[in-house]
Design a protein around this ligand. Sequence first.
Ligand code: NCD
Length: 539
Amino acid sequence: MQPLLRGRSLCTIADLSLDEIVYLHQKTATLKGAMASPSHPDSRPVFDQFRIGDPDFGLYEVFLEDSTRTHESFKQAARWHHIRVDDQPVTASSLNKDESYQDNFNTLTGYDTSMFVVRSKLEGLCRWLAIAGKEYAEFHGVTPPIFINAGDGKHEHPTQELLDEFTFLERLGWDRSHIHLALVGDLLQGRTVHSKVDGLRIFTEVEVDLVAPEELQLPASYVARMRANGFAVNVFPSIQEYLAQERIAPLMYLTRFQAERSDDALKEIKRRLLAAISLQPQMYDRLVGRTTLFHPLPRVKTNTELPQTFDRTPLNGYEAQSRNGRYARIALIAALAGMIGHDFEGEPWQAPAYDYGFITEGNAGGRPKHIPEGMQPIRNGIVIDNIARGQAPEDIDDHVTRVKQVMGYNKRPQYGGTGESKKEPGIHKGLLFLSGHPPLTPDDSEIHRLAAIIPGAHVNVIENERVQRKIILGAPPRIYNIDEVCCENPACVSSPAHGEPIPALHREFRRREAPDGRATYDCQFCDTPHTPHELWGRR
Ligand code: NCD
């Protein structure tokens, strides 16, 4: 069998199937056991199985944000593997000369780099680099490089998630039936917490206590995703209120206030926020025997959220957690390089399958109905009907204008407007007449583009004044390749603010059904959800 993870990139934790994550944890345990007694006769075969041992295998660390643990543990992991490890000194890089990330990384790929470990403020950077790196590699006939996200802004930190879960599993005696975990601190901006939304699904039953004041609470979209994943979610406004109640989670995950990402409004109320998320030395008696503390680290040294007085006590789970980082990363590198993975049994990761049943056909025949006053029926062409049905007339006008612009219809004979439904007075909808437009079929890409702009509309193909075909546009499972559509998150690599040359083809938004029935379109780079209005609203 082809080694399971060879050549794959890890941009978010959802790039791994749950079975693949569990497999990595099992392998990490095997490796950690062998590394604890390196001279034991059973250890050598384990090392031989994991170790790449190829000085031509190049790993590049590119850290555009500061780091101790992630950077150094990857370096140590690479040294353990006996591979070539390099570091791009970013203070002296051409990125500071306004070079694109694409050009910068393609250059390093050209030096026979097999794997990149990348940390950046830009959310979704690894996803983009993996796409660009593949295109570069195909053009030059080389193997596409592997990208590992070592933290991208507020978005995700999948390798921290691996080592956190591994640490929890050790604590829970490898029982995955249930986890009760408190997440305390800057849940708004802490990417290690965000990776838990999908990562904790390796446990059958998940109970999460979110402990943070409102200003630092987990964004609603992540809470909704946790609930959609079946997690029980409880919210507490402060550590004081949390400790005053009885159901203290046996695992408590603390995070630092992310001062470097905070805006002025947050900085102004920092004292109050810190008071609500920081443990105090006098809380020791309440905590000990009830919980163990974890923290991705670094902790802040003054006014800390995690008092140093806890270090040499049974509450300290965080130092063992930090040590696990190296093991988890050795195992991950071994898996992505194809050293391990032959013995995997389970469900491998699968690319999302899109349902293209969103285009349907209605009853044809008859003449186009509801022609508003002043508009003439057309003999041959297309009539788009039911545009933004039920919305306010000015919003309908916006939709009609947008369709004309995006589809280039304003360059051809057309007229359109807003009409009131005859059957349902007070209900308005938009209409667009395209005289002489060639007939369309449900498979045409033009139909798919129209569905992205005006889901719910009907496309009537008119021949000799009769409706030959009625194509009904549903909401597409993904929206992409539309110049006018960009991610609204200013920290996203694909945001126009950064000027990264990402073609519209790759600016893809994937539909996620929300529990309340309203769907969002999530950016494939940073996962930011967009309502259809947000996707189109700016222009
Ligand atoms: C975290 C990070 O960078 O996201 N640290 C880490 O990788 N160990 C947490 C943090 O910076 O607060």
